[in-house]
Design a protein around this ligand. Structure first.
Ligand SMILES: O=C(O)C(=O)C[C@H](O)[C@H](O)COP(=O)(O)O
Length: 213
């Protein structure tokens, strides 16, 4: 998979048991953090568009760490999708779903994992052709029980539960047939970036490899 191969949403989900949700406040942290994840066996990286530096961080990772696959998280609008693609993001993740975000990602050839928290959300996303979805916020919105209930009517949909997922509860999610991977912010603990403790990120990334399905 090189930087020019177009990805599918399913490939994004299948690469690792966990997609790290990353919040970057400093462009200087982007490249060492991406390299730390790669060293730990994780290359799909979701950099959230929550900070003014996020797009520059995506750009830096796309340019300097081509073995990583950087995506944009917190894609909430058409403008976000366009900006993410222009910065070099290879996939997009949104906390919810709108037709405008779905269309903008299609226009930009960005595979999208739309966020859903209800059956109606799932129906809107699948109606527009999206069948690989982020369940957000997973624990808060019903967790494993909700996913089991959805596996009946939405037998053809795959999920990436995110929100409240930990190393401890991740196996319960990953044991479900409609879950391909999980997402979470805990692979980048508070202080790691300030301390430059990239080794800690690599160790955590290695730890989650035991979760591989
Ligand atoms: O930023 C986004 O686009 C989101 O949808 C939110 C993140 O996915 C969650 O904040 C991750 O949840 P935690 O692992 O519990 O921190």
């Amino acid at each position: 998979m090189n930087a020019t191969t177009p990805l599918t949403a399913l490939q994004v989900m299948q690469d690792s048991p966990m997609i790290p949700v990353i919040v970057l406040n400093d462009v200087a942290h982007a490249v060492p953090l991406a390299r730390a994840f790669l060293a730990g066996g994780i290359r799909m990286l979701e950099v959230t568009l929550r900070t003014p530096q996020a797009l520059a961080c995506i750009e830096a990772i796309a340019r300097e760490v081509p073995e990583a696959v950087v995506g944009a998280g917190t894609v909430r609008s058409k403008a976000d999708a366009k900006a993410a693609a222009n910065a070099g993001a290879r996939f997009a993740v949104s906390p919810g779903y709108t037709g405008a975000v779905g269309q903008a990602c299609r226009d930009a050839s960005l595979p999208l994992l739309p966020g859903v928290a209800s059956s109606s959300d799932i129906m809107m996303a699948t109606e527009d052709g999206f069948t690989e979805l982020k369940f957000f916020p997973a624990v808060q919105a019903g967790g494993v029980g909700m996913l089991k209930a959805w596996s009946g009517p939405f037998f053809d949909v795959k999920f990436c539960p995110t929100g409240g997922v930990t190393l401890q509860n991740a196996p319960n999610f990953l044991a479900l047939s409609n879950v391909v991977c999980v997402g979470g912010s805990w692979l980048v603990p508070a202080n790691v970036q300030e301390l430059g403790d990239w080794g800690r990120v690599t160790r955590l990334a290695m730890e989650i490899q035991i979760l591989r399905k």
